[in-house]
Write a protein that binds this ligand. Structure first.
Ligand SMILES: NC(=O)c1ccc[n+]([C@@H]2O[C@H](COP(=O)([O-])OP(=O)(O)OC[C@H]3O[C@@H](n4cnc5c(N)ncnc54)[C@H](OP(=O)(O)O)[C@@H]3O)[C@@H](O)[C@H]2O)c1
Length: 252
């Protein structure tokens, strides 16, 4: 089968995964972090789990770029740098910085994330680096500039919120506290909001269906968890700010 046919099948599969994930996660919370529980088989320390499961998203675009793409193409180089800005950090830095790095993380979730990140890594690499429909002036056109702005805003919200969560605990603490500051003023899960905004920016700056497939999956994965976190905060903290929403400021 041609690479283009594989791409088309994987792209449809990603949208189907998104729909299935969205519905399932409203009934079963992914069993890690505060929803970690027994009965999900073997586990790994969370920091190694994060490094292993995010690695395909970092490595596959690098492989496709060096094996198949035009390495002199400045537009492709910039796309790759933007992607790695997120994924090199998520794979190599975030797991070492996050609190709760020794908490058990189910191996089955690591395997599921490897499957998703490999599929998405191939889809993004093929659509953007190999198909490469971009002219050299793409970097000066409005979708790229607007998308980059949105990506940068999402990145900032995501990183700021992850940092606020990290600083809630000392290195020996494992308890949960109410986060304050930054976008926590408006929502319980600004790190998820930032992540979704980031990938909307990516979809716009690459003007690609592959980018929107990734947005669909990210939303499907994070919105139900944002709702579960929000309910958990309200059930566990009597003084939880009542005007805070789950994911979308002032709305939901
Ligand atoms: N693209 C995607 O589909 C996708 C999927 C998942 C995650 N992500 C991204 O990965 C990052 C982490 O996500 P996550 O699901 O692990 O987030 P999370 O469950 O909110 O946990 C993030 C970190 O903060 C700690 N933490 C959370 N709430 C806390 C509180 N109230 N008090 C003290 N510590 C608290 C957690 O500790 P514990 O581990 O002890 O709970 C963990 O170390 C986020 O930036 C997210 O956007 C992306």
């Amino acid at each position: 089968m041609e690479l283009a046919e594989w791409y088309s099948i994987l792209l449809k599969t990603e949208f189907i995964f998104a729909a299935v994930t969205f519905v399932s996660l409203f009934f079963i919370s992914a069993p890690y972090g505060r929803f970690g529980r027994k009965g999900w088989g073997m586990t790994l320390p969370a920091k190694y789990a994060w490094m292993i499961m995010e690695a395909p998203a970092m490595l596959l675009p690098l492989y496709f770029f060096f094996a198949f793409a035009d390495q002199q193409d400045i537009v492709l180089i910039i796309f790759l740098v933007i992607w790695q800005f997120h994924y090199a950090h998520r794979t190599l830095i975030y797991p070492l910085q996050k609190s709760g790095g020794k908490r058990p993380f189910p191996l089955v979730l690591v395997l599921m994330a490897i499957v998703f990140n490999s599929m998405n890594g191939i889809i993004i690499s093929y659509s953007i680096l190999i198909k490469n429909t971009y002219t050299q002036d793409w970097l000066f056109q409005w979708p790229f500039m607007l998308g980059l702005l949105i990506f940068a805003m999402g990145y900032w919200i995501n990183k700021q919120s992850d940092a606020i969560l990290k600083h809630l605990r000392s290195s020996t603490e494992t308890s949960y506290k109410i986060p304050y500051g930054g976008w926590f003023r408006w929502v319980s899960n600004p790190h998820y909001l930032g992540e979704i905004i980031e990938w909307c920016g990516w979809a716009i700056l690459t003007w690609s269906v592959a980018g929107w497939a990734f947005v669909a999956y990210t939303f499907a994965n994070l919105a139900p968890r944002a709702w579960a976190h929000h309910k958990w905060y309200k059930a566990n903290f009597e003084d939880y700010p009542s005007d805070r929403k789950a994911l979308i400021p002032f709305i939901w």
